[in-house]
Design a protein. Structure first.
Length: 251
């Protein structure tokens, strides 16, 4: 059975076995009993995930053709596929589970935010992204790519950039380099007023990242708070701890 690539779904299938094995080795460096693969596509990773002993495995795949192809090629996957859009599924397991995937580039940031929503149940995630997105998630303050994603993911997870994946590792080759990152849930999260307050503050700050923080977030604080020197900085100069501390001073 043949399958077709669908540009509308952001599909680039991994064909380099050495990269696939390396991703699975990174996955297995941490213990887990439940595993969710997002976007298995033609099964490059799935082929190595299905034989892992003593785990409960599920895969989320939206594309009808890919579901049929996977069930034909890997009969043991029957009953393990959630045939839906990942962004609209409920939490697929009751207890803790690990997430892995060669994520469709056009929804990769939304996938990460969904994992952050599920953080109580997801201690680890390993994902392939467009390299610039992977770098953004992993970046530190005082860099050009440090932004909303960096802060809102790193508030809850340690992010490790594992390795690059060149275009020729895929069919069809994307026009960009890819990168693999690992998220490991933090044992203790920095104190913040609330997750919602942090999200509102960080988004406001970076939506006008070239402005002084005072001007970008003026509507969120009383004037007497805005005289603090920290508001003379720009968003990219603030650490996660800075943002979390400021959240307590919001209106």
């Amino acid at each position: 059975m043949e399958y077709r690539l669908k540009k509308s779904l952001g599909q680039h299938f991994l064909k380099d076995e050495s990269i696939t094995k390396r991703i699975v080795a990174e996955l297995q460096s941490e213990p887990f009993t439940q595993l969710l693969e997002v976007g298995p596509g033609a099964g490059a990773l799935t082929k190595y995930l299905l034989p892992i002993k003593d785990i409960d495995f599920k895969a989320v795949e939206l594309d009808d053709e890919k579901v049929a192809y996977l069930e034909l090629t890997y009969p043991q996957i029957k009953g393990k596929i959630i045939h839906k859009d990942f962004l609209h599924i409920d939490v697929p397991f009751e207890n803790q589970f690990t997430v892995i995937g060669n994520f469709p580039y056009n929804i990769s940031t939304q996938i990460v935010f969904k994992v952050v929503e599920w953080k109580q149940q997801v201690p680890t995630m390993i994902g392939m992204f467009q390299k610039e997105v992977a770098q953004r998630i992993a970046s530190k303050p005082n860099t050009k790519v440090y932004g909303i994603m960096s802060v809102l993911v790193q508030a809850f997870y340690e992010v490790e950039y594992l390795f690059d994946v060149p275009p020729e590792s895929f069919n069809p080759p994307p026009k960009v380099m890819s990168g693999i990152i690992r998220l490991k849930r933090k044992d203790s999260v920095v104190a913040m007023k609330s997750e919602k307050a942090l999200f509102v503050l960080v988004k406001a700050a970076f939506n006008q990242r070239r402005k002084m923080l005072r001007n970008a977030v003026r509507g969120l604080f009383d004037e007497e708070v805005l005289v603090d020197e920290i508001f003379n900085k720009r968003a990219e100069q603030l650490s996660i701890e800075d943002f979390a501390a400021l959240s307590f001073r919001m209106r």
